[in-house]
Ligand binder design. Structure first.
Ligand code: PSU
Ligand code: MN
Length: 305
């Protein structure tokens, strides 16, 4: 493990757990600051920490407070990221800017994974991963999540990417970037709200122990990539696929009509889908996230041995 950079802070509880070799699970905070509406964001932020603790794992929610990246936010700091005005969304490239300008920021999967790895954390859970946006062949809009995961050896549990993105292109980029992707008890890549994106995966695993073995194999080979564990929502709990497709088409049309681009695209589309489904997608979103937090905690235990 590298020495953590001096510009970040590791919470006391997380530091103790890491020193003792106890399991720790990293959680991102853009889902709280930009992915979920208030007051559900705060409920989810606090409930996920409780969920992780109940499984005997120390939660490390990661975000930026007054410019300082914090690995293991306090309850009060999580509250601030959920309700404060002017909280920005920070990917890796935004970290130095947030620091110099002393901003509060929710960290994306990329920034969270980077900070977690530097702190010595080996497993992280998120809802949906960033990926290649539709129309990227013209706009070059591809999330920095992908490039960062190519050089950040962590195990990441997600429910795939939302179909607001170009899933086929995202899977191609993951291949190009040498990032292993395995399905958890499935050979179908999930699409967050729905169980099956329509794309197949080459490998599946059945247990948290298998995920831990995969991370160990990566380390033994000296490879720098993250291992992605794709964990689908239960078919019975997914958003109705036909309803999902209809709302998605409306969201994409609205983004295009309103000229939304760049890093505003993901929050815009997510908000549109949430409003257009009358909150139904929000409940699925939370169900998906709970599943990923639970599996991440189990993998963190398996990795800690
Ligand atoms: N996808 C979701 N929900 C989210 C995000 C992505 O379904 O909240 C957030 C994550 O934090 C992810 C980030 O890392 O958006 C990607 O944004 P961008 O495409 O600007 O890199
Ligand atoms: Mn982007």
């Amino acid at each position: 493990m590298q020495t953590p950079p001096t510009g970040m802070r590791i919470g006391d509880e997380v530091r103790d757990a890491l020193e003792d070799g106890d399991p720790v699970l990293a959680l991102e905070s853009t889902i709280l600051s930009h992915g979920l509406p208030a007051p559900r964001n705060l409920e989810v932020g606090l409930a996920s920490e409780q969920q992780v603790r109940a499984l005997g794992v120390t939660p490390a929610t990661i975000g930026v407070i007054d410019g300082v990246p914090v690995v293991g936010l306090s309850t009060e700091e999580i509250e601030r990221l959920c309700i404060a005005e002017g909280v920005v969304k920070a990917s890796v490239r935004d970290l130095p800017i947030a620091r110099a300008k002393r901003l509060h920021a929710g960290t994306t999967v990329a920034a969270t994974a980077w900070l977690a790895h530097r702190a010595g954390i080996r497993v992280m859970s998120t809802g949906g991963l960033g990926g290649v946006h539709r129309g990227a062949s013209e706009t070059f809009d591809e999330s920095a999540d992908l490039g960062t995961l190519a050089t950040t050896p962590i195990t990441l549990v997600s429910a795939g990417v939302k179909s607001i993105l170009d899933i086929a292109a995202t899977l191609e980029r993951l291949e190009t970037l040498n990032i292993p992707v395995v399905g958890y008890r499935t050979e179908r890549y999930p699409a967050f709200y729905v169980t099956d994106s329509g794309f197949a995966l080459d490998y599946r695993i059945e247990t948290p122990a298998e995920a831990a073995a995969l991370a160990l194999a990566r380390d033994e080979l000296g490879l720098p990539q993250a291992v992605l564990v794709a964990n689908p929502v239960d078919e019975a709990k997914q958003l109705d696929p036909a309803f999902h497709d209809r709302v998605l088409a409306e969201a994409l049309a609205a983004a295009s009509a309103q000229g939304v681009t760049g890093h505003d695209t993901t929050p815009f589309l997510l908000d549109f889908v949430q409003r257009a489904t009358g909150g139904e997608s929000l409940e699925v979103n939370l169900e998906v996230y709970r599943g990923n937090v639970a599996l991440g905690a189990e993998i963190a235990r398996a990795v800690a041995g």
